[in-house]
Design a protein around this ligand. Sequence first.
Ligand code: SF4
Length: 358
Amino acid sequence: MPYPHAAAGGAVRPHRPLLESRTVTALLDVQDLVKDYRDAAGAPLRAVDGVSFTLAPGEVLGIVGESGCGKSTLGRMLMRLVEPTSGRILVDGSDLTKLGGRALKRERRQLQMVFQDPYGSLNPRHKVGTIIGEPLVIHGIPNRRERVAELLDLVGLPREAVDRYPHEFSGGQRQRIAIARALALEPKVIIADEPVSALDVSIQSQIINLITDLRARLGLSMIFISHDLSVIRHVSDRIGVMYLGRMVEIAPTAALFAAPRHPYTGALLSAIPRPPSRDGTPQRTRRIFLKGELPDPTNPPPGCVFHTRCPVAVERCREIVPRLDPIGADGQRAACLRADEMPGILDAPTRPETAVAT
Ligand code: SF4
């Protein structure tokens, strides 16, 4: 498969510098993307609020956040399955939001999606060969049978699967079928929306390993969306953290885990169990519990949208909207007024004279 960033002989690619600014050519360049909806009562709500990021060739960017943070809407907007309200989506320099008709169809094949539900995303009336080969038929690509056989090999399924139906396969095998279909057109970017969260934990690791293997062999570029940081860390070069429609932190995976610069990231990290140290001693992390629930998106808090739940919020957080500014090395960015005090302040209680009264 002629992916331009694949390592020769299927070897794991050497470390390469990650994209840190738009001075390097981005494969995907998302600029100030916004999605407005109305809820059932007609109240306006902003599901995605000014999200910007880049994806370098061969890079995997994880997007994490709790349910309702806008990460799935973001993924669907990148495919234009959901129309953006405003913003730009540049794929190799071409703005997907400006295209329609044939031009959109041609450019959209550069992006393919793997959905959460391997049961619902495959047509139960079609054989696996038809499902995987469908994108090839739509785009008039010849040698369909050979290509489908090659794709089945790639995802570790037997070639006989072509004549069987989705219900004859387990959840993990169905997700392999969905991945094969997504790879059929050799897209530039795969967008995987919670690709393992509907699977048993034992099967999750098999699919994660498959994605890691495909990435090394094909040089895939990917947006990997999940609510689970412990899953995302295994596949991502960088991680973006979303809260209430906004990107609140983005950083290389190692930097994010070593020193989160946003309290929300710190809280997510504190919930991940740590493996025992080499001598078997259990490692403990102080768990950071957040107050309350995700705010009503039709009535978001003023100032920093996280201030109603933030364990280290101070008065100015109620008024000032923090920007996603650079902090530290490695291209780490955080939207927090106290980012330069992080992560140390998470270990100390907020001084009572400055803390926000709730
Ligand atoms: S700006 Fe204030 S409320 Fe928002 S995350 Fe930072 S400390 Fe917390």
